[in-house]
Write a protein that binds this ligand. Structure first.
Ligand SMILES: [Zn+2]
Length: 328
């Protein structure tokens, strides 16, 4: 059998010749169709198999993108971890040092880590391929946010305490109203015999005897609320001044000979407000001094702590304790 471009020949044993074989058009169309069909099926098969093992450019791009996301998630995790460590350190210092300086209780783990929202808050991550990792990161970021909030509130609170502590310390009555070398405590706080009324009654302040004209000082920062000779409600006090120090403290200075402040005036601790005298119900030159805390009389000797040595203070306490007669 020999094949040329167009014709097929077949050996004929009867004629002993090669004879041209004629193929019908129909047969030729059939054969061509078959070849084409076979080619198409084979082609589709090859492409299908190839797709199983090869990536399209789009797939490659998406894979790159996914890897990029994973890298970024890991970087985010590292940063969250670093932030957690910094915050942890701050929380420890806050509880152990800063809060203890101001004698406020530490905040504690429970309050710092109290959660935000519920479990369903993170359910959106459950259906994602990398959901678990993102869920954990998201929970850590939320925890961090809450802790930063708690810590910032704590620092605000401490700042406020530190700020008002200075002011409070400056305002509290803390010195003797007459300098210690010019006056002497002659009668203390408590039940004393009244020299003019001749009865045993509560002596609501302390009497400091001093020469007429000895300077009297404001014992803490404040504002003058009462100033003058026997104002209403202060009968017997003579020339008197009352200073409001804020934070619940007030001080009263009575029997003065001269007054150097007026109502509404701001005064500083140690500023002179008047001079010792014997005005009102008094038996001699002295200062009658009272301290009020939240509207109630308290023993003024407990507010002399700024300018006395321990021995001097002991001495003042001794003098104030004597059960004697007040100078009124
Ligand atoms: Zn008195």
């Amino acid at each position: 059998m020999k094949k040329t471009q167009r014709h097929t020949y077949r050996f004929n044993p009867h004629t002993l010749k090669y004879e041209k074989v004629f193929v019908s058009l129909r047969e030729r169309i059939r054969r061509i169709s078959f070849s084409v069909l076979f080619g198409v099926v084979l082609g589709v098969l090859i492409v299908f198999v190839a797709l199983q093992f090869m990536e399209s450019p789009k797939e490659r791009a998406m894979k790159r993108e996914l890897a990029q996301y994973r890298r970024q998630t890991r970087l985010l995790d590292d940063r969250v971890e670093r932030a957690e460590k910094v915050l942890e350190n701050l929380e420890e210092r806050d509880d152990a040092l800063y809060r203890s300086i101001f004698a406020v209780p530490p905040i504690g783990e429970a309050e710092r880590h109290s959660g935000i929202g519920g479990v369903e808050r993170y359910s959106a991550f459950d259906n994602l391929g990398d959901g678990e990792q993102l869920k954990v990161t998201s929970m850590r970021v939320d925890d961090l946010t809450k802790r930063v909030y708690v810590e910032s509130k704590s620092l605000d609170e401490l700042y406020e305490m530190a700020r008002t502590k200075t002011e409070r310390m400056a305002s509290m009555p803390a010195i003797m109203p007459v300098s210690k070398d010019k006056g002497q405590v002659v009668s203390g706080f408590g039940y004393r015999f009244h020299p003019i009324l001749h009865t045993h009654r509560l002596h609501a302040g302390i009497d400091i005897s001093a020469r007429q004209g000895t300077p009297i000082y404001a014992t803490g920062d404040g504002v003058v609320r009462v100033a003058g000779r026997t104002p209403q409600g202060y009968s017997g006090y003579g020339v008197v001044a009352v200073i409001d120090h804020g934070y619940g403290f007030q001080t009263l200075y009575a029997h003065m000979s001269d007054i150097k402040v007026r109502v509404g005036q701001k005064v500083k601790r140690g500023e002179q407000i008047g001079t010792v005298g014997s005005t009102g119900m008094s038996t001699g030159a002295h200062l009658h001094y009272e301290v009020f805390q939240n509207g109630k009389n308290v023993d003024p000797v407990y507010y002399f702590f700024n300018d006395l040595t321990p021995e001097e203070y002991e001495n003042v306490l001794e003098q104030a304790r004597q059960d004697n007669q007040s100078m009124s």
